[in-house]
Design a protein around this ligand. Structure first.
Ligand SMILES: NC(=O)c1ccc[n+]([C@@H]2O[C@H](COP(=O)([O-])OP(=O)(O)OC[C@H]3O[C@@H](n4cnc5c(N)ncnc54)[C@H](O)[C@@H]3O)[C@@H](O)[C@H]2O)c1
Length: 351
């Protein structure tokens, strides 16, 4: 890599950054363009094959990954690829094993959107417990019915947080301010991380049966796929509500629909789904005891700015030869291959 005429080169070519979205925050884009980098974008609706073809054609040095699946095929298609920078924290759309095998770090924007997701989580809980969406629709359709549906107060109830990471930790104090008692299940956290005013459960089933609202904030991986299945839903109180602003496949959606239809579960508030966009045929659309948003947990102006800037900074760190911050790495094991990367010319980039 060398610098020339204000542009950054690897060998003979300008450094190329491919963003799997139409845009990121202007200031973040300027961090790339200001250094003369070639920045390419794609529609959010692109398929994994579209991405693999684009990577083969453009051979980017870096990919900023939004939601399009980045599979092994795409990762292998771009020999110059040096970093995949996830726009967000949920990296389940990226084939981590394939990236690691190639020595490509996968970075995340840890904590950059957690406040926005926490606020949406609380908003979904309130919307569901007071049936805000139903009443809004009633009024628009000419009805004024104040008695058929009785809301419930959240105050005094137990919020069960599954996954007490960046988002779970922000949800907890807001729920406590409303008057809820907070319980948490997070098998990976060491002692002393969960505050004393939060009841820690070692067994998920115990949290599920104790909670009035269960809110999911764990990542989607092999340990959490289908975590909330029919058996576990059956342990929840019939009056309880489930909130999922994490990832759809953590919940067995068919079992959830069945529990909601039978009245086995009082309600669900969902930002994420087994399949996105939610199929037109999904029974969730027909249920009155469900509140839905289209995966917008991190979609606020403040979050978009923080995530964009952090995602770009993660790209620049790697392209400039700085070791990625381990806290921002989805595959820290790749650091063992850093030697290989710097031999490939990553370490001699001017600033
Ligand atoms: N709806 C949205 O728009 C949106 C936005 C950002 C993040 N998310 C999702 O939220 C998830 C959590 O984000 P975060 O920033 O809090 O991540 P985080 O890594 O800070 O926290 C995740 C927590 O889950 C815990 N965990 C891991 N496996 C678990 C298991 N089997 N059971 C219970 N807990 C487990 C981890 O120990 C960690 O404390 C992300 O992985 C992502 O999928 C959704």
């Amino acid at each position: 890599m060398h610098e020339g005429k204000g542009q950054f080169f690897y060998g003979a070519a300008v450094a190329t950054v491919l963003i799997t979205a139409p845009k990121i925050a202007d200031e973040a884009m300027e961090m790339l363009l200001g250094r003369g980098m070639r920045v390419l974008t794609m529609p959010l609706t692109a398929s994994p094959d579209d991405l693999a073809s684009r990577m083969a054609a453009e051979n980017p040095d870096a990919v900023i990954s939004r939601t399009v699946r980045v599979d092994a095929h795409a990762i292998m298609a771009a020999p110059r690829l040096k970093v995949i920078s996830k726009y967000g924290v949920g990296f389940d759309n990226i084939d981590i094993a394939a990236a690691t095998a190639r020595g490509v770090p996968v970075t995340v924007t840890r904590d950059a959107n957690s406040q926005s997701v926490a606020e949406l989580t609380i908003g979904l809980m309130l919307a569901l417990s007071r049936r805000v969406v139903t009443f809004d629709r009633d009024i628009r359709e000419g009805r004024w019915d104040r008695i058929s549906i009785m809301g419930v107060e959240l105050s005094g109830g137990v919020l069960g947080v599954v996954g007490f990471g960046a988002i779970g930790r922000r949800v907890a104090p807001i729920a406590r301010a409303i008057g809820m008692r907070v319980h948490a299940f997070d098998p990976l956290l060491p002692e002393g991380v969960i505050p004393e005013d939060v009841v820690r459960h070692r067994i998920l089933e115990d949290l599920l049966s104790a909670a009035d609202v269960v809110s999911l904030h764990c990542p989607l991986d092999s340990s959490t796929r289908g975590l909330i299945d029919a058996d576990r839903l059956a342990l929840m109180k019939p009056s309880a509500m489930l909130v999922n602003a994490a990832r759809g496949p953590i919940v067995d959606e068919r079992a959830l629909v069945s529990a909601l239809k039978s009245g086995r579960l009082a309600g669900a508030a969902l930002d994420t789904y087994a399949v996105e966009p939610l199929p037109a045929t999904s029974e969730l659309r027909m249920l009155g005891n469900v509140v839905m948003t289209p995966h917008i947990g991190g979609t606020t102006a403040q979050s978009a700015w923080r995530v964009s800037v952090r995602a770009v900074q993660n790209v620049l760190d790697v392209l400039d030869g700085r070791a990625p911050d381990p806290a921002q790495l989805a595959n820290p094991e790749v650091l063992a291959t850093t030697q290989t990367l710097s031999v490939a010319g990553r370490g001699d980039v001017g600033n």
